[in-house]
Design a protein. Sequence first.
Length: 124
Amino acid sequence: MADTLIDTDPGIDDALALLLAWGSPELRVTGVTTVAGNVPLETATANVFRLVDLRRPAPAPVVARGAAAPLSRPLRTAIRYHGQDGLGEVAGWPPAPGRLADVDAADLLVRAARQAPGGLVLIA
């Protein structure tokens, strides 16, 4: 089983990918980093914590925030397709406060790569 870090902007598509990855016997998702894309960064991060609370993967992944916008153009989200919350406006999500890593996404990636005994799988 490979240590895996997933870099994501969870709208509906990435939410499904995370749920599938947490159920895969071939992956051990030790970290998740969030970026703005389908939704703004804060929403993407909240969605990861919602999904962690829903699925309760073991081990619980370390979560770190990354870029709040693209480097060379304005952010264009996909809320028109994914809804304001990125998850299709499904009502009833319980509060899912999560704990962010003590480092940002780039530093978490470097740390994870150095610590993974058999190498690190990065899914972006």
